[in-house]
Every structure is written in C-alpha cells, then in structure tokens.
Ligand binder design. Sequence first.
Ligand code: F6R
Ligand code: MG
Ligand code: MG
Length: 366
Amino acid sequence: MKITLSVIKADIGGFVGHSESHPDVLAKAVSCLEKARKDGLLVDYHVTKCGDDLELIMTHRLGAENKDVHQLGWDTFCEGTKIAKALKLHGAGQDLLKDAFSGNVKGLGPGLAEMEFEERPSEPVVIFMADKTSAGAWNMPLYKMFADPFNTIGLVIAENMHNGFKFEVLDVKEHKKIIFNTPEEIYDMLVLIGAPSRFAVRAIYHKDDGEIAEVSSTQKLCFLAGRYVGKDDPVCIVRSQGQFPAVGEVLEPFNSPILVEGWMRGSHMGPLMPVSVANSTPSRFDGPPRVIALGFQLAKGKLIGPRDMFADCSFDLAREESNLMADMMRRHGPFEPHRLPLDEMEYTTMPQVMKKIQGRFQPAED
Ligand code: F6R
Ligand code: MG
Ligand code: MG
C-alpha cells in the first residue's frame, strides 16, 4: 500500500519581524495535526519551522493533491493566523492569499511538495526547508546530488544508479515543464537550470525504475498573485539510499555554500547557510538565507525521527564560510550583484523614481 509524504508550508507571521516563528503558533499546529492523526486522516506528522515559515510534514494514504489533507493544511494555517494576529506577529497571515479554501492549496499561497510511493524495506528521506530564498535555490544542490559524480560517487560505482536520473524542470514564468535525461543531456539542462530565477527543478525520477526520487515546491507567490505578496521560501523532499544517493551524498552539496536570491526584502543575493532548526533564525540583515535538513526513516508511514542533519559539526566550516561570503556581499550595499537585477527585486521604487526624473533625461551625444 502506497504512502504519501506531504509537506505544506506558509509564513503566517514572524517573531520578531521576519526572523523566527512563535512557539504558540507551532503548538497550535501540533494540536491541529494531532487531532487529524487521531481521527485517522494522517498516519503521522511532524511540525517544525525554518525562520518565519511554519512547516507541516505529514504522511497519509490518500495520495497527492488530496482535498482533505490540503484542507487540513489550510485550516491549520488559519488557526495559526488567529494566534499570530492576537499576538500581533509581523505579517500575520501573509501567505494566505485567498479568503476561502477551494479544494487544493495550490494557488492559495502556501508552498507544497508531495510524493506518493511504495515504502521500501528501508525508506530514509531528507526534507530540506529554506528561508529567505526561492525554489531555484535547489537547482545546483539537486544537480550535484543526482548528476555530478564529484559529489555523488554512487553515480560511478553503484550499479543501481549508474544509468542516471530524469529531471523535470519547470519554467516558472511560462508555466511549462520539460524532462531531461542525465547524464546524456546535462549540458542542455544546465543552460536552463543555471538560471534559477527562471527555471526550477521540480521533480527527479530514477531512470531505470521510474521511481520518484525528489520533489520540490515551485509555487512562486509573485506570479500567483500577479505581484509579490510574500516569500516562496521553498521545501524539497529527497528519498535516499539504495537506488538513490546515500544520505551523505544528499547532504554534501550544502557543504559548499552558494549564493542564492531572496535575502533582505527579497531583493538581494546571499549565501545559503546550512543550519540546525534552532539556528534557523535569519537575523543579520534579515538573513543570510538558511536551509535546514530533517532526516526520517519511514516505518509503515510513521516518521521515525527527525534527525537534525545540519546540526552535525562537520557543517561548521560551511557556516563559517557562509558568514565570510555574507560579509563580502554586504560590502556591495545597494549595488549589484548583492542587490538583484532591477526586474528581480521584490521591492522597487524604480517606476516612481523614473517618473520623477523623466523630463531631465537628455539625448546622449554618442
Ligand atoms: C526577506 C524578508 C524580509 C522583509 C523585510 C521587510 O525575504 O522577508 O527581509 O522583506 O523585513 O519586511 P516588511 O515589508 O514586512 O516590513
Ligand atoms: Mg515573513
Ligand atoms: Mg520566510
């Protein structure tokens, strides 16, 4: 019997500012999901947070895009929003873009990653959750995990991985998708996924058996609402071991911090710092962007765990390097490449400024 792993997330209020979640909101989410478990809707659940994002990790037998499970996620965010409003948390309810639920959380504001699969005799999963960045941030780490033998030696020496993986890539602006076979098509694929503000890896499949290996949230709130109304701080589920990359191969890409978009006012580039759940509190210039990784063993749908994978001291140097990279980027102040290109910024005064100075532009001589 198949199990479905659903991760639904939303920022429904920050404590203080956009730096952290409030314990009362987390406790409310636990009580909502506990009730759903007792009622038999969920097999199991885990509630956590990454910075100001509330993360609902749930297992059930109802498949992806199930109305009742999505309704539970939506209702839990609404209940949490009541508390956030009472405490006047910052941006209370900010990711709930619609007044009413209509069958599926897609398009309503929350982020979503779900996969349905037959649980293997051992089923390790790692769930990555990030704050102050967007879905394209997973592109390079996923490429390294599933297509780069310098990261994943299993691609070279493990028979059950040697044929490679299929990557489903989404064009977030045109809302089209394409599947690439790796390793054959990596050069073509990199043309696209090397532009993470436009193209995002949405899912990865094992090439031999078609098994789902990875799924990411690719909702872009800016495009959903026609304007920016909140962050789309992303989540991503990765299955591990056996015919998939080992846990160490799954975590290894985050040991080399990369620059991602989304820092301060969603308008700056900064290093993606791997941290423990406790340290997912982006406080310096509202950042730098954070990523947490929770590991679970599934046992008949029960979530055995979590293990807080980035709490390990072997990621200390990556954190130090992220802080050095943060210093280097901050030195640029309001200049690119720290500040995002004009059309990528979440906040801009460009139209107003251009309107004000319009009449002062003169033809340039050459
Ligand atoms: C970045 C982020 C914050 C806010 C900033 C302004 O993703 O969430 O940097 O953009 O603190 O927030 P508001 O507009 O809510 O005052
Ligand atoms: Mg926020
Ligand atoms: Mg956030």
